[in-house]
Design a protein around this ligand. Sequence first.
Ligand SMILES: [Zn+2]
Length: 316
Amino acid sequence: MDDLAIGIDIGGTKIIGGVVDASGTIIDRERRDTPTEGGMVTIERIAEVAASLASRHQVSSVGVSLAGFISKDRKRMETNPNIANMKGLAVHDELERATGLAIHLENDANCAAWGEYRFGAGVDSDPMVMVTVGTGIGGGLIIDGQLLIGAYGTAGEIGHVPVIPNGEICGCGMRGCLEQYASGNALRRFVRKAIEGAPALGSKILAMGDGTIEGITGPDVTRAAQEGDAIALAAFNEIGEWLGYAISGFSSIIDPQTVVIGGGVIDAGEILLDPIRTSLKKNSPMRSSHDMPNIVAAKLGNNAGIVGVADLARIA
Ligand SMILES: [Zn+2]
């Protein structure tokens, strides 16, 4: 039974593992809290999840999906934004030692992109790009049927493409990155700013959260937009405009067939996709003579990373 593989998604608060078959279906799951100590304690916890699933199924390999930069050889964690003490850790070798199983490490946005390409909204599309719009922005590129890793292992970091010189400071240390203008955090910032400028217009969104401007969440903004709230819709238009602008930039280089939009913010569906398409068209030099990339919503939701990394591990 070589066609089962384990995919494990390591988040800031949860470690979620799944046994995935060759058609991308998750047939079993295991979940633990991510230990706050990070580092080797996290490695041991990941190994526990793998061992538990492997005790119930005959698996060939284990894929591990992590946020942050991974070394080009996919063995060492260079940086991780949401787990402590991971920098420089030899995650691949430590996990192989702890589990006795073949390990495949990959960046989380790349895993989601691969999952959508193989089993989700990007099937039969090539090149395919995925843009994951959550708290931050991740990205992954599939070109000629291959996940693009790049010369130094960092390809697909669409969230850190600069869109404004000397713009807002970004978590990566640079200024003006797309992530600062088109992420879920940016969406909330635009809403907060609009309410501060016109408090009377903010009553609807404020009523959806805890009543404070700081307490407004991404899902509050999505619900308000779905109910036609002007401030929420304007904020979605603004992040959509920026996303379309950035997508036009890389589309001029790689001419993707499909751009899959995923992450929590895509719960808004067409409310986000529409302004992206409008902006892409407006900013595309080839619009009069060539088709635009299809802009579609991701299909696999939170499972994309588990399904994608299991498949990458299986075919590695
Ligand atoms: Zn950045």
